[in-house]
Design a protein around this ligand. Structure first.
Ligand code: 5GP
Length: 139
């Protein structure tokens, strides 16, 4: 699997890099939803979070809060969203894992969210949670 992000990692396409280590690269999104909109990606070439190695996942988890603090401080925006899309139906356009950090300075800028929530059904929820625990045990 190779996407435009692999080329950015290899330096074949330029980016505005803000952080790099052995496992992770962070750079400014080319089409920002608000000033400071940043992408944090693993150097591991996988499309979805569920495909990440433990090592790459741990490296991402370790630096994400630090990068959030920097984005927050420099954008002067305390509030922000982290968005992470997996699959075309979930609005993923680049099939290399990435976390968006999107400052939310006001109602107009940043991420807009449509949240069509339902109501959790108690009986269904118990069954669902049980199936999920089972799936986790075997994953
Ligand atoms: P997705 O919809 O896959 O979660 O978001 C992909 C993001 O990658 C988009 O926000 C898009 O603006 C960004 N993007 C796509 N190509 C490039 C690029 O070449 N450089 C940079 N910096 N960002 C890109």
């Amino acid at each position: 699997m190779s996407t435009i992000f692999s080329k950015i990692i290899r330096g074949e396409i330029p980016c505005h890099r803000i952080y790099e280590d052995e496992f992770v690269l962070a750079f400014l999104d080319i089409f920002p939803l608000s000033p400071g909109h940043t992408l944090v990606i693993p150097k591991e070439e996988v499309a979805r979070v569920d495909q990440l190695s433990d090592e790459a996942a741990a490296a991402l988890g370790r630096v994400l809060p630090r990068i959030c603090r920097a984005v927050s401080a420099v954008s002067g925006t305390e509030d922000y969203n982290i968005l992470q899309n997996n699959g075309a139906a979930a609005h993923q356009a680049v099939f290399h894992v990435h976390f968006h950090i999107i400052p939310k300075p006001d109602a107009e800028r940043g991420l807009g969210i449509d949240w069509p929530s339902g109501k959790l059904n108690e009986e269904g929820a118990a069954q669902l949670a049980s199936r999920l625990r089972e799936a986790l045990g075997s994953s």
